[in-house]
Write a protein of this length. Structure first.
Length: 225
């Protein structure tokens, strides 16, 4: 499940794509759906084209990904969602440290995850016609099919960012697990475990991210042997 969540988080991307304010609900759904489809295809192609760098030059491999994906993810919004009420209690420096660590972890997990997920299939589902799609919340559904044939449903909640004229993912639900809520609860628990010390909770969060990254990289090495 951790591997699927990693892949789902990796798909939380955006793409510059102007949206007319006159679009109807079903048209918004189709527009967001097409954006996710194009981005997923483009990023997978970028991974395949640079796969040879993963072993020979990891720094360049990650740089290639960050160059493409860095501007596409709203890390400030994700940071607010994960930190929840503690975001407003944290100092500016603490927020920046948290966001940077989360960005590095997400991009690293993305790279490692896609190397590992070579045999996984990502299937786009048609836009829902029973949901009121808006520019502040549009749903895009996908399925991840494992090599064994097991299917994991993924739903991305998208919003249209008028400042960058792009769709961005604001949350993802994997096989019924609300990832944004899960991360929020995990961080809140860390704050509680550290007696309300937000700085200590952030350091523990970063340590946990680094450990998860090491586990993913180790699995990727085992997969390749």
């Amino acid at each position: 499940m951790i591997r699927i969540i990693t892949l789902a988080m990796a798909l939380m991307l955006s793409l510059l794509a102007p949206v007319s304010q006159a679009l109807e609900s079903d048209e918004l759904g189709e527009h967001a759906h097409e954006v996710v489809r194009r981005v997923t295809t483009q990023v997978m192609e970028r991974i395949d084209n640079n796969r040879h760098l993963y072993e020979s030059d990891k720094a360049r491999f990650y740089w290639e990904l960050e160059d493409v994906l860095g501007p596409m993810v709203d890390f400030r919004r994700l940071t607010r969602k994960i930190m929840g009420k503690h975001y407003f209690k944290a100092t500016k420096q603490q927020r920046i440290r948290f966001a940077r660590a989360f960005k590095r972890s997400l991009l690293s997990s993305y790279a490692t995850g896609l190397i590992e997920f070579t045999d996984y299939e990502v299937r786009m589902l048609p836009p829902r016609d029973d949901f009121e799609h808006t520019s502040s919340n549009t749903l895009v559904d996908l399925e991840v099919i494992t090599p064994s044939g097991k299917v994991f449903p993924i739903t991305q909640s998208m919003y249209y960012d008028l400042s960058s004229y792009s769709w961005k993912a604001q949350n993802v639900v994997v096989n019924g697990i609300n990832v944004g809520q899960l991360f929020n609860e995990q961080f809140a628990q860390l704050v509680n475990d550290n007696d309300g010390n937000i700085g200590a909770a952030i350091e523990q969060w970063i340590e946990n991210l680094q450990e998860q990254g090491r586990e993913l990289r180790q699995r990727a090495v085992i997969q390749g042997t």
